[in-house]
Ligand binder design. Structure first.
Ligand code: PHE
Length: 342
């Protein structure tokens, strides 16, 4: 037995000193300490040892086991460190690589129209509005008739509207979404509706496809003063806190009274410059108090409920905010232009 123990210690010392990887180390652990390992086998022989020697022999075997375990543990620590260092060496990142000739990948940028649409939407959702989108292909009913636009109104002419057939058209205004919302009859209403709109115009300030954001509030006791407060709040958040607005009388068949809303020129602060053509004001949007006829047409009691509505052009808002002179720049998607608005 004593001989066997000596051999095992010598063997283990030799094997462990030659081990080169954690994998080999594990094999060594199995060989000496495993279920069929050499130490375990010796422990099995303990039952044949005379009784009086058993305690001493047992203790000896246990000491041997502990010292082999210690040997294995020390080797393991050493090997782990070496293997970790090797791994880090293999993973080293050459941060100078792209300068030496690697390619830089160009990054895209959001179109200013998308940025502005998101910004306007955020301002109104912050004021408690929900966002609701309507269809771009509309029935005449939603785009014109239910908005109190008479049959002979010039905007219905085929020179002002893209018709698909005698009932369907490409919507000319997001005001069509007002009717969808009113018809649902869930009151009070407080929505904005961004989306694409279409008209047969094409020059530096008009595009056949453009975007609008419609706003609609319907509740009891809503007045023109609410419209004023709401749009002033919007103008201050969107431009700057010194921004002023003014209402000019206008006409839309679906609002009564109707107003054009101007904004104090963000370029000169209202003192007059080239951008505002020396007037100090820039036109921003159309708005008004919802015509009771429109509410009644969709089945809403206009004695109990009143409403306000506004519709603004996203291109126009972008041009005013960023000082973009030609609307076509917004549609060309030239990355050199887009990058300026990040
Ligand atoms: N729809 C109108 C336009 O396209 C704008 C507007 C919306 C006016 C809502 C009043 C109320 O010019």
């Amino acid at each position: 037995m004593n001989e066997k123990i000596k051999t095992i210690i010598n063997d283990a010392t030799a094997v462990v000193s030659l081990v080169k990887s954690l994998r080999e180390l594990n094999d060594a652990r199995v060989k000496f300490l495993g279920r069929n390992g050499e130490i375990t086998n010796l422990l099995k022989l303990l039952k044949d040892v005379p009784n009086e020697e058993k305690p001493t022999m047992g203790k000896r075997l246990n000491d041997v086991r502990v010292s082999i375990e210690t040997m294995l543990k020390e080797a393991e620590d050493k090997l782990s460190l070496i293997e970790a260092k090797e791994r880090v060496k293999g993973e080293t990142l050459d941060v100078t690589l792209s300068k030496k000739g690697g390619k830089a990948y160009p990054q895209g940028a959001l179109n200013p129209l998308t940025l502005i649409k998101n910004e306007i939407t955020d301002i109104f959702t912050g004021l408690g509005f929900s966002v609701l989108e309507g269809p771009e292909i509309e029935f005449e009913h939603y785009n014109f008739t239910a908005l109190n636009i008479p049959k002979d109104h010039p905007s219905r002419d085929s020179s002002d509207t893209f018709y698909i057939n005698d009932k369907l058209l490409l919507r000319t205004q997001t005001s069509a979404t007002q009717v969808h919302t009113l018809e649902k009859g869930e009151l009070p209403i407080r929505i904005i509706s961004p989306g694409k709109t279409y008209r047969p115009d094409d020059d530096a300030t008009h595009s056949p496809m453009f975007q609008q954001i419609e706003g609609l509030v319907v509740d009891e006791h809503i007045t023109l003063a609410d419209l004023q407060g709401l749009l002033l709040e919007f103008a201050k958040s969107f431009f700057s806190k010194d921004t002023k607005i003014r209402f000019r009388p206008s006409h839309f068949p679906f609002t009564e009274p109707s107003v054009e809303v101007d904004l104090s020129c963000p370029a000169c602060g209202g003192t007059a410059c080239r951008i505002c053509k020396n007037t100090g004001w820039l036109e921003l949007l159309g708005a008004g108090v919802v015509n009771p006829a429109v509410l009644e047409y969709s089945g809403i009691d206009s004695k109990k409920y009143t409403g306000i509505a506004f519709g603004m052009g996203v291109e126009r808002a972008s041009m005013v905010k960023y000082g973009i002179p030609d609307m076509r720049l917004l549609f060309e998607n030239d990355i050199r232009i887009l990058k300026q608005f990040k």
